[in-house]
Design a protein around this ligand. Structure first.
Ligand code: SF4
Length: 453
């Protein structure tokens, strides 16, 4: 009997690593319905867009992506899922070309909802029990793993608790099972993700903290390299720092610590649970305890009432020597958040100039972080190909970008190479055939940090 034609699924994910993981989880279930993955630009039978709503800009980008597909999809189905659906379901459902919307709370049943909606497309096959976790990330050489969802904090600018609900953790046993599955699938790096992973615990399993979970992962799996995605600064305990220091090579020297602002007045208006002194202590302690660590952070410019002096306080920390890059966001009112009620909005032109200045600081800091690694042996996993040279780009454990030598990369393995030179925000490497004494491990990182108060 002739094998039915493979149906085609095209996915596009906006927003955070958590969203990336959830798209892969939904897509993994399509295999059982004889769907194959195709590039988003290609024609498909079903398009799935996983959305983000963290800012106005994110909403606008989602709408743009939706109308882009609506124009070219023909009879194919367009399904929109995720945070933007959760924050403005009616509006998304009414956008031209949208055939089905699925919110965050239904994501786990997404394939079931779609197959019930289009039995003719999905076929009679009942959903087989595919492996619980995700063992393949489409065209990705590093894997993400969701260990928790939701958030109990209520920062005054943030819509995430509204669209993702309260904090809930996965079980430690599931995390170990999923990591072993990913290792078996050949992944050498797993990035732990969630909204607020610093609050991970699984009391039933005797796992009282994120550090306990990290220790369990290293003990119960052969995962070569573990990365933490983003951690709220107030949860960076001495335990976590000691654990990172104590497991060189297996725990990436990298942390993304949302700062949001360097001004105590703004941090308090944002309802952030730390002040600037505490944030500085955390990043300086990490830099002195873990040479070569790369520290990045989110910053919001233009929070209502932000003065020039407030902004200068932010720049002081950003350019103070302990941060290596910034993700700069322009404040935008999110409906239902405390900050949206503050009437004293900043002048958009001023906000744009502040945004430019922080981006400039970030670029210079990142270039400095890369140049500090020249002459070192670095370990990297390839990510994507450089169109010009055909060589692979890689990511080191401390999140530096490196152009890998000819013929190296294109797999999920860790490659050790010699960082020969630096071109701004990336390293150029050659095979690591240097003798030990004239090469140094990529441990020094940035030479010195000026203490800021
Ligand atoms: S910690 Fe604050 S910014 Fe982060 S998701 Fe929770 S409420 Fe939003």
């Amino acid at each position: 009997m002739k094998k039915p034609k493979m149906k085609k699924l095209a996915t596009h994910t906006l927003g955070c690593r958590l969203n990336q993981f959830e798209t892969e989880k939904i897509a993994a279930r399509f295999e059982a319905y004889d769907f194959g993955r195709v590039e988003f630009a290609e024609s498909a039978d079903l398009y799935l867009i996983n959305t983000c709503t963290v800012t106005h800009k994110a909403d606008a980008t989602c709408r743009q992506m939706i109308s882009n597909v609506a124009r070219r999809k023909g009879d194919a189905k367009l399904v929109v899922v995720g945070c933007y659906v959760e924050s403005d379901r009616q509006r998304v459902a009414e956008l031209p070309g949208v055939d089905l919307v699925i919110g965050n709370r239904e994501k786990n049943r997404a394939t079931e909802l779609m197959s019930n909606h289009w039995p003719e497309l999905f076929g009679e096959k009942s959903e087989p029990s595919c492996a619980a976790g995700v063992s393949d990330f489409y065209q990705r050489s590093r894997a993400w793993l969701k260990i928790s969802d939701g958030c109990n904090q209520r920062c005054s600018f943030c819509i995430i608790p509204t669209v993702r609900g309260p904090l809930r953790n996965n079980s430690a046993a599931n995390v170990i099972r999923d990591i072993n599955q990913l290792v078996a699938a050949g992944y050498h790096e797993v990035v732990l993700t969630g909204v607020h992973i610093g609050h991970f615990k699984d009391s039933k399993a005797g796992v009282g903290s994120l550090t306990d979970l990290l220790a369990l992962i290293l003990a119960e799996t052969d995962l070569p390299r573990l990365r933490l995605s983003s951690l709220e600064p107030q949860v960076v305990s001495d335990d976590i720092v000691e654990f990172m220091v104590g497991n060189p090579g297996r725990v990436c020297r990298y942390l993304h610590l949302p700062m949001q602002s360097g001004s105590d007045a703004v941090l308090s208006a944002m309802r952030r649970p730390y002040d600037r002194t505490r944030y500085i202590e955390v990043i300086e302690n990490l830099k002195s305890s873990l040479p070569g660590i790369t520290i990045g952070g989110d910053v919001i410019v233009g929070f209502p009432g932000e003065t020039d002096e407030d902004f200068e306080r932010t720049c002081e920390i950003a350019d103070g020597g302990s941060m290596d890059y910034l993700h700069v966001f322009t404040y935008s009112d999110r409906s239902g958040t405390g900050a949206s009620a503050i009437t004293e909005k900043c002048d958009p032109k001023l906000v744009a100039s502040r945004h430019r200045r922080l981006r400039k600081i970030s670029k210079a800091r990142l270039a400095k972080a890369h140049s500090a690694a020249v002459g070192a042996v670095v370990s990297a996993i390839s990510e994507n190909r450089d169109e010009e040279t055909g060589r692979w780009w890689g990511v080191t454990d401390n999140y530096l970008r490196v152009l890998l030598p000819e013929g190296v990369g294109g797999d999920r393995r860790i490659h050790t190479v010699f960082a020969e030179s630096c071109e701004g925000d990336y390293l150029v490497s050659k095979p690591n055939d240097t003798t030990r004494d004239n090469a140094r491990d990529n441990i020094d990182g940035i030479a010195s940090t000026t203490a800021i108060r």
